[in-house]
Design a protein around this ligand. Sequence first.
Ligand code: GLN
Length: 486
Amino acid sequence: MDLNYLCAHQLHKLLKDKQVKSVEILDSIARRIHDVDQKLNCYITKTLDLAQEQAEQCDKKIARGEDIGYLAGIPVGIKDNMCTKGINTTCSSRMLRNFQPVYDATVISRLKSEDYVLTGKLNLDEFAMGSSSENCFFGSAVKNPWDTDRVAGGSSGGSAATVAAGDAICSLGSDTGGSVRLPASFCGVVGMKPTYGRVSRYGLIAFASSLDQIGPITRDVRDAAIMLNALCGYDKKDSTSIAEPVPEYTQYLTQGLKGLKVGVIDELSLEGIESDEKSGLDRSVALLKEMGAEVETVSLPSLKYALSVYYILSASEASANLARFDGVRYGWRDKKAESLREMYRKSRSQGFGEEVKRRIMMGTYCLSAGHYGAYYEKARKVRTLIIQDFNDAFLKFDVLVSPTSPSTAFKVGERTKDPWRMYMTDKCASPANLAGLPAISIPVGLSGEGLPIGFQIMADILREDLVLKAAYNLEQALQFKHRPKL
Ligand code: GLN
C-alpha cells in the first residue's frame, strides 16, 4: 500500500485501528521526498528529525489508548511564510534567509495541539508575490509533478506540488489573490481559501493584510474540511479574526445538492478562458445539474475591474508591510554601508528580488501624495462595488462558480518576462479575496496534454458549509483518480 498517497482521513482510520504506525507513514513520505524533491524543489527546509520525534510521540499516545485528533500522526508541510519557532522561515527571500522566529504562528500552535507531524517548510514565490513559484531565492522554480517543464502555480507552489507528488499528505498555503487555489488547480489537488478572518493570520508574514488568508491544500474535499476544523476559530492576536463558533464542517459533505442554486459567473468564464478550462466548467456544471442543482449564468459587471483593483491594493499594502524590512532588526543587512540611509537602501536593494521590488515600487506610487486619489482610493471604492455585486448575486444564488484559472499550468519561463500576462493568471481567483469570500478549487479532469483542470466554487461569507458540500458532491460524481507519473 502506498501510504504516502492516502488521504489524512484514511490514514487516521488506519492509525486508530493500529494497522499502521505514524513512523511508517513518515518513513514512506521521507523516502518519497528523497526520490522526487530534487526534481521538484518543493522543500526549502526539511524537518525530518523533528518529524520522527513527533511521529514517535503520536504512536506512543495511540499505544497508551489515548484518543487522537484527525491530524495526529499525519505528515503536513507548511508554506515558508508562516512562523515556526526555532525553524527557518524564509519567505523564499534573501532578506529572511536565516530568520528563525521566536514564536509559532497560531496555525502552527493549532496543528501542534492536534499532534501533527511537520515534514518541513515549503517553497513559494518570494513573499508570496507571484503566480508560478518561479520567484524563488532558493534554487530554481518549483516544478509541476505532472510535467516538470511546467510551473506548479503560485505562490504556494511547493505546498501544492508536494501534496500532488505524494511527499506530504496535506499542506498549508496562504491565499492573497489565489495562491492556494491556483497552484492546487495546476497540480490536480484540492485548495481552499476560507472566509477572510476565519483563520488567524498571527504569525503569517504579511503580504497584503486586508486580503491574506491561510488555507489547506489536500488530496480530497473531506481532508479540506478536516483541516479547516483544525485551523478555524477566533484568535485575539489577530484583530480581524472572526468571533463566531466554528461548525463541524464534515457534517455537511454528504448532504445532497437538490435545489442548490448555482450561478456561473460570466465575467470569469468567457473572455480569456482557454478551451480546456471551459470544457472543465461545462462538465462540472452538467454534473451539478444532474445532482439536482439549479444552474444559471450571472453577470457581476464590476468584476471586469477586479484584477486591476487587486494589483493596486495588494501592491499598496505590500509597500507598507514590507517597509519593516530595513536591515535593522532582522533580515539581510549590507555591512559596508557608511550611513544609515545607505544601509537602508543597500539592504533593501540586495535583500529583495525583482518582483518584490516591482510591487513595492508600484504600491508606493499608488499611495504617494499625487496619485493616492487616482489609484489607491479609487481601487478601494471599486472594491466596495465588487462586494456589492457579490452581495446581490448571493441574494439569488447559494454558490457561484468559474474555472479556477484561465489556463492549465504553463511552461517554466513562459511568462516571467511579461508581468501583465503573469498577473492575468489570477483573473478568476482574486475576486474572492477582494470580497473576503470562502472559495475552493477542485480538480475536474485532465486537458488534452494531460494537465489537471481546476474548478472554483465560492459562497457568501462564512458559508464554507455550502462550498464544501458542493465540492464534495462534485468530487464524488467525478471520481478524479489520476496521479502524476513522476
Ligand atoms: N498571484 C497573486 C500575486 O502575485 C496572488 C498571490 C497570493 O495569493 N499570495 O499577487
